[in-house]
Design a protein around this ligand. Structure first.
Ligand code: ZN
Length: 430
């Protein structure tokens, strides 16, 4: 299948290509075949099977939600206005004990529908029932890196589950699904268990996905139990030697930023969840200034209540500016990089995902610029980050497949998904 997207204003997020007005983007199979300047002839003999009109629209790489627990869509709004430990241990975990694999499948499709509608093409997940989640990812057409959340001595889940997920789903859907080893945190896993997770990740050749330093309580307890911060403990147990996705990093102490900046992985900032659970504001501007890779996530929809990355980006920018009393902190361009190339790096896919460039996967989003709140647009990055809303996203491709066109979902039966979700949460009614 050859598809041409012609005439859009393209935010390539590629350092060489930059912004291109009226560009011609050719997609062949899963990949971007070429990105041409306005008016340039198509490659000799290259005829598109279909053409999408890009005029009056902005084309950019698909947004990436680099930290979520996607079936928690079913617990959206279930326990609001509570601090993290009460929210998690007294409300969320007991409810999660009643979830089934089929609930997780439908909860994932609900999240996928929400994310595609918001221009999100890929996500990193940590949860249980990851095989059901993987099936939903494959059915939805999305891209995801999945990790079976490991809580030592808690809900069932062990390293065999990780091997099972890896054996059955690594590389599935022509590479759309990848897997990670996902120990939940230092407060739910022992150092010895974290070491086993690190060596399993090395053995399987996959990344690690972990929550670190989300709250001051977590950091203080870690300091008194282990004599070091969660970040230092992660480093000591070998968790930060390979590619590791560190979710949160809100309460960082002396030396933590240096450790995170030196790791080959990425930090994922979740501004909505951190603010709503009153965890605090992560030192994102400092992490970036010191050379860390930082991506954006929403966390689960039970803490953030939405999986919207445009909204996360805006919250991130505002919080950094206000907290640092610095209007120049986290400018629009940086926020968009966090949501695209940063997200791809967090998922371990930076070499072929996150840019509109030849050879990259055709994970693409067309945004309408023809709406009152988007006019005028002096700077397209500013328009996307500070003004655009999820429902301005018109058309979405993942790996060359059109998954939403003119706001119509093509891979998900939305009516059925909403009905299933409503039916399945009746057991949680209070
Ligand atoms: Zn989380």
């Amino acid at each position: 299948m050859r598809l041409l997207i012609d005439g859009a204003l393209v935010l390539t997020m590629d350092p060489v290509l930059g912004e291109m007005a009226g560009a011609r983007v050719g997609v062949e199979g899963q990949d971007i075949a070429f990105v041409l300047q306005q008016g340039q002839p198509l490659p000799t003999g290259w005829k598109p099977d279909r053409t999408l009109d890009g005029r009056g629209r902005l084309l950019m790489p698909g947004l990436i939600n680099a930290h979520t627990h996607v079936p928690m869509t079913l617990l959206r709004g279930y326990a609001d206005d509570l601090p993290l430990h009460t929210w998690l241990f007294d409300h969320v975990m007991p409810a999660e004990g009643r979830l089934t694999a089929e609930d997780a499948y439908w909860g994932t499709l609900l999240g996928a529908a929400e994310m595609i509608r918001a221009g999100i093409t890929a996500f990193a997940d940590m949860y249980f029932f990851e095989d059901a989640i993987a099936r939903a990812v494959l059915d939805s057409g999305m891209r995801a890196s999945l990790g079976r959340g490991l809580v030592e001595g808690g809900a069932p889940g062990n390293l065999e589950d990780v091997r099972f997920l890896h054996r059955n789903f690594e590389g599935a859907g022509d590479g759309r699904v990848t897997t990670m080893v996902a120990p939940h945190s230092v407060y739910t896993c022992s150092p010895a268990f974290l070491e086993r997770c690190a060596s399993l990740a090395g053995e399987l050749g996959v990344g690690i996905h972990v929550h670190l330093s989300e709250t001051t309580r977590e950091v203080e307890e870690c300091l008194s139990t282990h004599g070091m911060t969660p970040v230092a403990l992660a480093k000591k147990t070998g968790l930060l030697e390979g590619h590791t996705l560190v979710a949160h990093a809100v309460d960082l102490r002396e030396g933590d930023v240096d450790i995170l900046a030196a790791t080959p992985g990425a930090v994922v900032h979740n501004p909505q969840s951190n603010q709503k659970l009153a965890s605090g504001i992560a030192p994102v501007a400092e992490l970036l200034a010191r050379g860390a890779t930082v991506a954006l996530g929403t966390d689960g929809a039970s803490s953030a209540n939405t999986l919207d990355i445009l909204e996360a980006g805006r919250w991130a920018a505002y919080a950094q500016k206000a907290a640092g009393r610095d209007a120049a902190a986290l400018p629009a361009r940086t926020v968009l990089a966090m949501a695209t190339t940063g997200g791809a790096a967090a998922l371990g896919l930076a070499d072929h995902v996150g840019r509109v460039a030849p050879g990259f996967q055709a994970d693409l989003v067309l945004v309408s610029l023809d709406r009152p709140h988007l006019v005028p647009s002096y700077d397209p990055c500013s328009t996307v980050v500070y003004t655009a809303r999820a429902d301005d996203v018109e058309t979405v491709l993942v790996a060359g497949q059109v998954v939403m066109e003119k706001r119509a979902l093509l891979t998900i039966d939305e009516e059925r998904v909403l009905a299933e979700a409503r039916e399945r949460v009746r057991k949680f009614a209070r």
